[in-house]
Design a protein around this ligand. Structure first.
Ligand code: DTR
Ligand code: CA
Ligand code: ZN
Ligand code: ZN
Length: 316
């Protein structure tokens, strides 16, 4: 959904207020400078969906999945890396072993910013072996990719250093993200001022859930949705169930967005969000029907724009 310029400026001001209210910083971090006036761009839904189409094609060409240790995962990683390399990112592939198979994380640094203050945004790129994993988690991977490409298109140069990540083997138990965090030096871990996680952000019967971990990050997302007039709920299904968990355990401020998995939507939630009560937020969760037809465009668009809003607002 596209915010009007005035609403976007209002929203940017809300981030400034949020940061000032919380001492101008992510919890625990040094006070951040006042956010720049630059407002986040609209993330084109068409761009995000083009990535989903590519990930679907990759799964179809590789046994129907993009799972850890299978050809479809590495092909997905190569697709994302090629886009980022072409856009001027400094990319690195981090290799690890899980369940006897080689896994890969993709880390992409945007040149510039204070490398002693790193803002990260990430998503797991692997699917389960039973399907293409388009909502889980092509949706997060594609939205984070398109946001990173928007940073490049804008030539954005925030105060903080931006780093984006696509994790391997999340479905085996947060293996890739945990490997990344465990292999950071204490000094490099301390430089990460926030990690934003996006795992299932386009569910077909969507809810709008905000992680309630770091208060400043949570407020940033809630302010974005307030600007849209869309109510949100605190995410309660996933503490420890996605790639923010290793970062949180290491003391990094974390946050994120989620549109729901196998839990069912209540009548009260239908009243605020629409959709179908008594039906799962994503009835294709971890199933072969998690294809490009398993996406709600409005939810994917709103959450893609929310990612950009938070990346711009928290890195200024
Ligand atoms: N673990 C995720 C799905 C998931 C379930 N609950 C949450 C809460 C927040 C983020 C993700 C999830 C997966 O299956 O990949
Ligand atoms: Ca958009
Ligand atoms: Zn999953
Ligand atoms: Zn997932």
């Amino acid at each position: 959904m596209k915010l009007s310029v005035s609403a976007r400026a209002l929203a940017a001001g809300a981030v400034a207020a949020a940061l000032l209210l919380t001492g101008g910083s992510l919890a625990g971090a040094a006070p951040a400078p006042a956010p720049s006036a630059a407002a986040a761009p609209d993330i084109p839904l068409s761009g995000v969906k083009a990535h989903l189409t590519q990930l679907q094609s990759i799964a179809t060409a590789n046994g129907g999945n993009r799972a850890h240790g299978r050809p479809g995962y590495k092909a997905s990683l190569d697709y994302v890396k090629a886009k980022l390399d072409a856009a001027g990112y400094t990319t690195a592939i981090q290799q690890f072993t899980a369940s006897g198979r080689t896994g890969y994380n993709l880390i992409a640094d945007w040149p510039g910013g204070d490398t002693n203050q790193v803002l990260m945004a990430g998503s797991h790129l692997d699917s389960v072996s039973s399907g293409a994993g388009i909502n889980d988690n092509g949706s997060g991977s594609a939205a984070v990719l398109e946001t990173a490409l928007a940073v490049s298109r804008a030539g954005y140069q925030p105060t903080k250093h931006l780093r984006f990540a696509w994790w391997g083997a999340e479905e085996l138990g947060l293996v890739g993200s945990r490997y990344y965090v465990n292999n950071l030096s204490a000094a490099n871990r301390a430089k990460i001022r926030g990690y934003l996680n996006f795992d299932m952000i386009g569910s077909p019967n969507p809810g709008y859930f905000v992680y309630d971990d770091d208060p400043a990050i949570e407020k940033t997302f809630k302010d974005y949705y307030a600007g849209l007039g869309v109510p949100t709920e605190i995410e309660t299904e996933g503490d420890g169930r996605s790639d923010h968990a290793p970062f949180k355990s290491a003391g990094v401020p974390v946050g994120g967005l989620f549109t729901g998995a196998s839990r069912t939507k209540t009548a009260a939630q239908v009243a605020k969000w629409g959709g179908t009560s008594g039906q799962a937020f994503d009835r294709c969760y971890h199933s072969s029907c998690d294809t490009t037809s398993n996406i709600n465009d409005t939810a994917l668009d709103r959450n893609s724009d929310a990612i950009a809003y938070a990346v711009w607002g928290l890195s200024a």
